[in-house]
Design a protein around this ligand. Structure first.
Ligand code: SF4
Length: 82
């Protein structure tokens, strides 16, 4: 049974996948390409830099998370499967 809850960022998600995202803020260049492919996973700040909603990928958004990470030209997003 899926459990709906909020994490510390206030982001609400139902259940957890076994996928995590590592985001290297230092090399993020603000292309917003992650958000183009996966707006439900990768939020943006007012300057167009990635603002990760949650390091844990919500269940059902795994493919979107992968597509967004693969679309990052800087390699700032790494998918980690537990
Ligand atoms: S695509 Fe990569 S470099 Fe661009 S905003 Fe997203 S994480 Fe940052």
């Amino acid at each position: 049974m899926a459990v709906t809850r909020s994490d510390s960022t206030g982001f609400r998600w139902s259940g957890a996948s076994r996928m995590l995202i590592h985001f290297n803020r230092r090399i993020c260049a603000g292309h917003a390409r992650c958000n183009e492919r996966a707006p439900e996973v990768y939020g943006l700040d007012e300057m167009g830099y990635c603002r990760l909603q949650s390091a844990k990928v919500p269940a059902g958004l795994e493919e979107q998370a992968r597509a967004g990470a693969e679309n990052c030209p800087e390699g700032a997003l790494t998918i980690v499967e537990e």
